[in-house]
Design a protein around this ligand. Structure first.
Ligand SMILES: NC(=O)c1ccc[n+]([C@@H]2O[C@H](COP(=O)([O-])OP(=O)(O)OC[C@H]3O[C@@H](n4cnc5c(N)ncnc54)[C@H](OP(=O)(O)O)[C@@H]3O)[C@@H](O)[C@H]2O)c1
Length: 250
C-alpha cells in the first residue's frame, strides 16, 4: 500500500494531485482549511481510503499533533512506500515592502516555509524505522530563484524552501535508507492562486500584465497535467542529478 500526505488539497495543484492518487487507489491523507467534498465523494465511490484533515497550517503549533494523528491511522507493516507532498501555499501579501500587513506576512511564512519544515521534521521522525521508499516533495516556484517586485515574501519563502530541500538531501544522503527530497517548480498553472494574482493592484505587482497575457492566450498549464508530472517524480527515476526540478525546463 502506497501512502501519500498531500497539503493544500482543497484546490488547484494539490486537488489535482490528490484526485489522481485516489484514482490510482492509493491511500491519501489530505490537509487544508476547507474540506474538498468532491475528493471525499470520489474516494467513497471507488472505495479507496481517504482521510481529510481541516487544519490551518498557519497555526504551526497544531502540526506535531496533526502528524501524530495521521501516523496513528496507519498500519506501518502494510506500507510499501510513503510520501509527503508539501503543496499548500499562498502568495499574499503582494505589494512592495513598506506596505506589508504584519499578519498576512506572518501567515505566508508560516504556510509556505515553516509548515513544510515542521511537517518534514515529523515525517522523518515518524518514518525513521521504515525500510521502504520514502519521499518529501516540496512544491516550489520559479520565484525561488528569480526576484519579482511585489513578491518579496513569496519569493523569499520559496527560496527558503529550496534551500531546506538541499539541506535535507545532504543529511539524508548519509543515511542507509535516505528519504528522497525534491523541490518541484510547476510552471504557471491555471489555479485560483493565478486568479487572485490577476486581481492584485497594478501598482503593487508590475509584472501583472505578463500574467494577464499568458492567461488571455491560454498559455497556463492545466493542474491535471502538472499533477501527473509531479507524481511521476515521487518514486521514479529523476531527469538529472539535481533535487531541484523546474517542470518548464524539462
Ligand atoms: N499556480 C501557479 O501558477 C503556481 C506557480 C508556481 C508555484 N505554485 C505553487 O503551487 C502550490 C499550489 O498552488 P495553487 O496554484 O494550486 O494554489 P491554490 O489553488 O490557491 O491552492 C492553495 C492550496 O493551499 C491551501 N492552503 C492555503 N493556506 C492554507 C493554510 N493556512 N492551511 C492549510 N492549507 C492552506 C489551500 O487550501 P485552503 O484555502 O482550504 O486552506 C489550497 O488547497 C503553492 O505552493 C504555490 O506556491 C503555483
Amino acid at each position: 500500500m502506497k501512502i501519500y500526505i498531500v497539503t493544500g488539497a482543497s484546490s488547484g495543484i494539490g486537488e489535482a494531485i490528490a484526485r489522481k492518487l485516489i484514482l490510482e487507489r492509493h491511500t491519501v491523507f489530505c490537509i487544508s482549511r476547507k474540506r474538498n467534498e468532491s475528493l471525499i465523494e470520489l474516494a467513497s465511490s471507488i472505495q479507496t481510503s481517504l482521510w481529510y484533515f481541516e487544519t490551518d497550517l498557519g497555526k504551526s503549533g497544531l502540526i506535531p499533533g496533526l502528524m501524530n494523528e495521521i501516523f496513528k491511522l496507519m498500519d506501518k507493516d502494510q506500507i510499501s512506500a510513503i510520501s509527503l507532498i508539501n503543496n499548500a501555499g499562498i502568495i499574499e501579501p503582494v505589494c512592495p515592502a513598506g506596505n506589508y500587513d504584519n499578519d498576512e506576512l506572518q501567515q505566508l511564512i508560516h504556510v509556505n516555509l515553516l509548515a513544510p519544515m515542521l511537517l518534514s521534521n515529523e515525517f522523518i521522525k515518524h518514518t525513521r524505522e521504515l525500510v521502504i521508499p520514502r519521499s518529501i516533495v516540496n512544491i516550489s516556484s520559479g520565484a525561488a530563484a528569480s526576484p519579482y517586485a511585489g513578491w518579496g515574501p513569496y519569493c523569499s519563502s520559496k527560496a527558503g524552501l529550496e534551500m531546506f530541500t538541499r539541506v535535507l538531501n545532504l543529511e539524508q544522503k548519509q543515511k542507509p535508507h535516505p528519504v528522497r527530497v525534491l523541490s518541484i517548480a510547476p510552471g504557471i498553472v491555471d489555479t485560483p492562486m493565478q486568479g487572485r494574482l490577476r486581481n492584485t493592484n497594478d501598482a503593487d505587482f508590475p509584472m501583472k500584465p505578463r500574467f494577464e497575457q499568458l492567461y488571455q492566450h491560454n498559455l497556463l498549464s492545466r493542474p491535471a497535467e502538472v499533477a501527473e508530472k509531479i507524481i511521476n517524480f515521487i518514486f521514479c527515476e529523476l531527469p538529472g542529478d539535481d533535487e531541484i526540478i523546474d517542470l518548464r525546463k524539462l
